[in-house]
Write a protein that binds this ligand. Sequence first.
Ligand SMILES: [Zn+2]
Length: 572
Amino acid sequence: MKLFYVLCVLAVLLAPASALDREAFTFTKYDLDVRIESGQQRLGVRGQITLRNDSNAPQKTVSLQISSTLDWKSIKLGGNAVQFVSQPYTSDVDHTGVLSEAIITLPQEIPAKGKIELDIGYEGVIPLDATRLTRIGVPEELARHNDWDQIGTSSTAVRGIGYVAWYPVAMPSANLSEGNNLFETLGRWKTREASSTMQIHFDVVGDSANAPPELIVDSEPCKSVSLEAGRGQSLISDCSFEPLGATVPAFVIANYSLLNPSTLDIHYFPEHKAAAENYELASQLALPFVKEWFGTPRRKLKIVELADAKASPFESGDMLLTPLNIDSRIAGLTVVHQLTHSAFQSPRLWIYEGLAHFAQAAYLEQQSGRPAALDFMAQHRTALVDAEKSLAPERSSSASANESLISTSREELYRSKAMYVWWMLRDMIGEETLKKALALYRPDQDKEPSYVQRLIEAQSKRELEWFFDDWVYRDRGLPDFRVESAYPRHLLGGGYVVTITIENLGDAGAQVPVTLVMEGGQVSRLVEVHSKSKSVMRIEAVGTPQEIILNDGSVPESDMTNNKFKINPSAN
Ligand SMILES: [Zn+2]
């Protein structure tokens, strides 16, 4: 009897927890009044949010999560306060590693597809905090350059979910130390929220001693309503994200100066004028290259300086947050990326971001040669190889299409892998052909994943289904090439012909460069090797053949250690 009682109590205690589905609701609409007091690092928010039950079951509990340095003040439904419990909830979607979670018990169940509108209020501070990184062993200094978000007295820069939960969200706890856990959780949230809208009325209270600061948001241009003088300068601005798409709402406040070249807005701290001018010059130099590849830049993007000179850059919407660098090479790479975005629109991330990263590599190649471009791409390679390795277990299951380039929300894939895909396509079909295909691209006609494949095939007269299938439509991992054999044979008129068999042990095929090193020089050819297949090629050599080197780095491979092959001279 006693045991039965204990079990009953346990069941009652566990029931609400198990009934809480943190992914049941989509937050379809945010309408927020955001008051920022930079001097106190304070953020105060009042507003309405609309939630839709996208689960198959009726829901009686709702979770609302904000950063742990913010506190829930009120939650109302239909004008009446609702019952809620506020608890700390460990999760790495926020820089502090913890969320303030309000668990609301609704007066009645919300049926599947039903909506509720809640009036909410919360406030607190947003200080610099890198706890989620330092607690897993990242050195403090490095962690702060990554998690640089804060409302600060002299400058403010705050990114949304994935960095700071400054607007309410709901998702299961995500853990940075558990492989892909954080990326997957954030990816599911962003996918759910892509067609949601957010309207923000900002009220920034400055201090009366200084000139009013500037507020920059990564949305469509905001409407600055008024600038009120009086007890402290107040800056009022209405901004909207309609819809959110892939944008992570972020805001920046500081006393910036503005350089306004025809294609980019550069917001910089007045003391760094020389660096800003460096970016202006770089954009003038890079413009002809970008025009030739992607057409004339159509919309103006913003480069906004971050106060921390070692901060890792962040890109969202039409805004790039980055420290400014006096190194012209870095300035050049940055502006090429941004100008490509302003010239080439696409609703598909792998095309939009992939091409901007590809443009950086191609620009470097034009300026300093192919090895410099390959070195630049190699900086992306390790992250990509690691990502593909960690995705290998899912690949065998039916989930393999989830991380394809057309549906992934992982940066290593839609940035790094996509960059390689464009580079390989150019090597396969030629630069002029790829430029022609890109010139015909229309974002509003890109309704099918195969649209871009058909454009490229029409220009190149080449069948590329196998390549798109292995790299774009599915996540098949990376190729792994090896030389199975290389037999040199004397030619009657002098010189040699070498018969080379290349094997691809991986599940993705590619056209890979093969270099034959011989006495007095070397010669390179391209060979197409499909997944789990072999290709045989013959290369003529004037001098004695010595070695085969596979892949100059233009194809990302899971294992580069098996790419050299010594040719046995006695086999002559
Ligand atoms: Zn970009």
